[in-house]
Design a protein. Structure first.
Length: 269
């Protein structure tokens, strides 16, 4: 006769749930007539209407995630990065997903959720940002050339201990390099961006360098964003381009996108 499987004893955690949802980010002053209608809204203590009148979108974006308004230098650095990341470009898999969704006549409201999920991937996506931010934090006390030599000796395209850096279609990503160069001119460019730039320069003779994810990670680090927020911010900043490409094809026939011919399908055995 077989023995009955043993199970761990089920125990109550005795963890009481809070009675109300709490947030330090947003507060609403209810109307005198209806408590469900907000008469005033505050972001980290700042009146939303006053922010509309006196501050830029970049300022309020920074405030929302950091809990404080940026200085002029921080706002300029963030704005430049936002422009640089506004569109992943038609070669990026996330943009291709948006284009396929659009031309496939999916509801336009679904373009962003589908494409953004792809933009959150590990390869050139938000899934790499947190690791890149932690890599920069951990290694920037070391000489960039020494770390570059380590990377050159251990690098393999399928996975790397050096997230945010590497080869792009077999060579140096020239746009990522130029974006980093422009960002380096900003007053708020900090230790992560400076170290990353030296590291990328040391890698260049070996056909590697900055990736867009690395540049984003460095700026997020210098602006004080938490590594766990980095990937989400990367998705958010790339969203306009994804939507634009998807909508561009939304009213076009399915023939507006190429169809892969049979000879280009390869079945590995």
């Amino acid at each position: 006769m077989s023995e009955e499987p043993k199970h761990d004893q089920v125990r109550s955690r005795n963890e009481p749930f809070t009675e109300k949802t709490a947030t330090r980010i947003w507060s609403e002053l209810p109307s005198d007539d209806n408590p469900y209608i907000a008469a005033k809204t505050f972001c980290h203590g700042y009146d939303l209407i006053e922010l509309m009148e006196k501050r830029s979108f970049v300022d309020v974006f920074y405030l929302l995630f950091r809990g404080e308004l940026p200085g002029k230098a921080e706002a300029q650095l963030l704005q430049s990065l936002m422009i640089a990341l506004i569109n992943p470009g038609p070669r990026h898999t996330a943009t291709r997903a948006a284009m396929n969704v659009g031309v496939g006549k999916t509801d336009p409201l679904h373009i962003l959720p589908i494409a953004s999920a792809v933009l959150g991937g590990e390869h050139l996506g938000g899934g790499e940002i947190e690791s890149a931010m932690r890599f920069l934090r951990k290694r920037q006390q070391e000489a960039p050339a020494v770390v570059a030599a380590e990377m050159v000796n251990t690098f393999h395209p399928q996975g790397s201990d050096f997230p945010g850096f590497g080869e792009h279609f077999g060579g140096v990503d020239l746009m990522a390099k130029e974006i980093a160069r422009q960002l380096m001119k900003k007053e708020a460019a900090g230790d992560a961006l400076c170290w990353g730039n030296q590291f990328a320069t040391a890698l260049e003779p070996h056909g590697c360098g900055w990736l867009t994810t690395g540049v984003a990670a460095a700026v997020f680090s210098d602006l004080g964003f938490h590594p766990r927020a980095g990937g989400c911010l990367f998705q958010l900043l790339g969203a306009p381009g994804l939507i634009a490409h998807g909508l561009e094809l939304a009213n076009k026939p399915i023939t507006a996108m190429p169809f892969v011919s049979d000879e280009n399908y390869v079945i590995e055995r």
